[in-house]
Design a protein around this ligand. Structure first.
Ligand SMILES: [Cu+2]
Length: 153
C-alpha cells in the first residue's frame, strides 16, 4: 500500500496549513481566546465566569431549555453580534473581542429578553500593556479660584 502514503502526507500538510490559518485569524496577536460558558433556558441567561477579560473571548452558548433561543451581545467595540437560533439541547459559539466596559447579553427571540433573558458582562480594564487604560476622562478640575476676588479690585 505504498500509494496511499503521499495522500496522507498531503492531507496532513493541508490540515496543518488550515490550522495555521485558523490560528492566525483567532489569535491576532499572542492572546488566546478565553471561554465564557453561557447557559440559556426559560427565561434566564447565566454566565460562567461572570466577568470577562479584555481580549478575544469565545462564548459557548448552550440551550438547556425547552424552547429555541439565541444569544446577542453588544457593548464597547461590539455593535451587535448574535448567534443563529439555537434549538433545545444544542449549543453555539460566538467569538467576540472584549474591551473594558459593560456588555449586554440577551436572547433576541421576541419576548424572551423582556421575560428575563437578559444579563450583563463586566470587563475590567486591562492590567497588561498599558494602552491608556483606566482613569482619564472625568478629571474636570474645577477652575482654580485661589486668590479670591482680589484681582477685581
Ligand atoms: Cu430565548
Amino acid at each position: 500500500m505504498k500509494l496511499t502514503r503521499p495522500l496522507i502526507v498531503a492531507a496532513a500538510l493541508a490540515a496543518a496549513l488550515a490550522g495555521a490559518a485558523f490560528a492566525g485569524v483567532v489569535a491576532h496577536r499572542s492572546a488566546t481566546a478565553k471561554t465564557i460558558n453561557v447557559t440559556e433556558k426559560e427565561f434566564h441567561i447565566s454566565l460562567s465566569p461572570k466577568k470577562g477579560a479584555v481580549g478575544p473571548v469565545k462564548f459557548v452558548i448552550k440551550n438547556t431549555g425547552k424552547l429555541t433561543h439565541a444569544l446577542a451581545i453588544s457593548g464597547p467595540g461590539v455593535k451587535l453580534k448574535k448567534t443563529a437560533l439555537i434549538k433545545p439541547g444544542k449549543s453555539a459559539t460566538l467569538a467576540v473581542t472584549l474591551k473594558s466596559g459593560t456588555y449586554t447579553l440577551w436572547c433576541p427571540v421576541p419576548g424572551h429578553a423582556a421575560q428575563g433573558m437578559k444579563t450583563s458582562l463586566t470587563v475590567p480594564g486591562a492590567t497588561t500593556g498599558g494602552s491608556g487604560g483606566s482613569g482619564g476622562g472625568t478629571t474636570s478640575t474645577p477652575a482654580t479660584t485661589t486668590g479670591g476676588g482680589a484681582a477685581w479690585a
